[in-house]
Design a protein around this ligand. Structure first.
Ligand SMILES: CC(C)(COP(=O)(O)OP(=O)(O)OC[C@H]1O[C@@H](n2cnc3c(N)ncnc32)[C@H](O)[C@@H]1OP(=O)(O)O)[C@@H](O)C(=O)NCCC(=O)NCCS
Length: 177
């Protein structure tokens, strides 16, 4: 089966070509929206950058499962033992690596832009719309966001997520395609 040159996921339906590249429909739509935004799987060579981003308290304070900087060995162990149903994508913007968008084995979606210079340009919106589109076959997708995290709540609502429940200070959102 053919794979997309950007996200490297299988292409099951119609093919779109841009120059000599073969893109899946969601990557092709993203390119039509903004050709400076591209998605590809996180690779081993990205782990140092991900460690730096995720060790920034301005990033990890928004994560429920992390309350201190990451440890390198545990970070590598996490990367190497990920479930087959989990996908982590590097968000590239203007040819720079600026963040990550993920879907885990329970269909929960997460996103962060570690490069703060990329905030406020709509890149996270495009990346979140892209992953919802790419994994439409796994809906409903979910997200869990701290009630004080206004940029993230705005982002997920903009992309069609709706509030479904609360658990203390955490708000659960659901996306149905
Ligand atoms: C959550 C996070 C990814 C959102 O980033 P962001 O820069 O606000 O999102 P976008 O890149 O889509 O930019 C949206 C902003 O740019 C503006 N914008 C400019 N051009 C835009 C465009 N073409 N499309 C959409 N929005 C655009 C929007 O109005 C919006 O600003 P507003 O919220 O003041 O209205 C970022 O704040 C982050 O990484 N936070 C830390 C980690 C985190 O909280 N992750 C989520 C955990 S659940």
């Amino acid at each position: 089966m053919a794979t997309c040159d950007d996200c490297r996921l299988p292409i099951e339906r119609s093919l779109s070509t841009e120059k000599k590249r073969v893109l899946c429909d969601p990557c092709s739509s993203l390119h039509d929206l903004d050709s400076s935004i591209r998605m590809r799987p996180v690779e081993r060579g990205d782990l140092e950058l991900l460690l730096a981003w995720r060790s920034n308290p301005e990033i990890y304070r928004h994560f429920r499962v992390q309350d201190e900087p990451l440890n390198w060995d545990e970070h590598v162990e996490w990367y190497e033992s990920r479930s087959d149903n989990r996908y982590d994508f590097l968000i590239r913007y203007e040819k720079r690596r600026i963040g990550v968008v993920s879907i885990d084995a329970d269909d929960e979606v997460g996103i962060y832009l570690g490069d703060f210079s990329a905030h406020g340009h709509g890149v996270a919106t495009a990346a979140l719309e892209w992953i919802c589109n790419r994994f439409a076959d796994r809906t409903p997708l979910t997200a869990e966001i701290h009630e004080n995290n206004e940029p993230s709540k705005n982002l997920f609502k903009r992309c069609g997520f709706e509030k479904s429940a609360t658990d203390g200070d955490w708000v659960q959102y659901i996306y149905e395609s």
